[in-house]
Design a protein around this ligand. Sequence first.
Ligand code: NIG
Ligand code: FE
Length: 406
Amino acid sequence: MATLIRNIGLLAGISSETRKEGPAMSEVGCLRDAWLLIEDGRIADFGTERPSGAERVIDARGAMLLPAFCDSHTHIVYAGSREQEFEDKIRGLSYAEIAARGGGILNSADRLHECSEDELFAQSMLRVREMMAKGTGAIEIKSGYGLNTEDELKMLRVIRRIKEAVPAVIKATFLGAHAVPRGMDKETYVKQVCEEMIPAVAAEGLADFVDVFCEEGFFSTDDTGRILSAGQKYGLRPKLHANQLHVSGGVQVGVRHGALSVDHLERTGEAEEACLRGTATMPTMLPGASFFLREPYGRAKEYIEHGLGVALASDYNPGSSPSGDMRFVMALGCICMRLTPEQAFNAVTLNSAYAMGVSDIAGSIAKGKLANLILTKPESGTSIGTLAYLHQTPFIEKVFLKGEEI
Ligand code: NIG
Ligand code: FE
């Protein structure tokens, strides 16, 4: 069935690029007083002149129509909560101190181990539904709370079930190297990740990407290189946790392995920036984690001023960023990273789509892309800036994923 959305005050995010860098990050393609036609779940056409007919017509009442957000970095398949650690953090413990005491990721691994696959699916679906209702149309989800072959596969099977159950675009990342499990030495675990887990994950076709928490106290650049190479042999493209707590060399190892993205980047300098220049790797920053852990926000503004592109993602997880609200991410991008609303908007749509390998089908308004769209409330006005400025005021009238209202 064809659906026509007419009387759109501002159709924003029109672009046929696959990513934006430097000055292009300040440009948001827009049409005023526009219409958009959806056919077979895709954007069939859009314009300002007389629209073609359709079986179903929706009056946008002068509001904005935007591409749905893309969230290229999440850990939303987890069991239970880490609220107790939240209070430990308030009392003054750092993320690294909580991890060193056996909390953190290991705490989530214990809970996940106890949880059945069905229960894990049910808990995770609540988060997916919440994210879709808040306008996110593409979600990358990582494993990494299993830390043994069986539990890592359990997580990845849950991600596959989510993919089959929802209209959002879902990509899966194998993050076995998220922490070294209790009672095992690191070298034994790295071998297990490379020689047992990656082949098992690949045999079931459960992952698109391979990731490593490259960080002091977790996995070194040498470990990271070995794991990324092992994943690449099975067709898994690297995406990396890099430079979160230390200047770790993570960016360099990621770029060397042709990573699609290097993520976090709370701590980078000119060497990392130079290393990223001219590559296919998308620097991705996670301001929700910086906010929650009171860490630096990274150098997104400088990167953009110096000609690079930047993506922003939520990092939704129980320990460092318990929120998948991409409009909040956009607001943090503006308020805490000093991005302009246009730069932040491109970072949470097209560039985040690129960082999860879906910018050919999502992340902008372009003919042939999936009709993953946010229709705003008329009272939200018609400016991109308002999205970040009034960041707590409900702004969504309807969300369409693959052309259907959710
Ligand atoms: O991206 N830093 C490593 N991994 C996650 C946190 C995971 C957790 O604490 O559960 C992150 O911040
Ligand atoms: Fe993460």
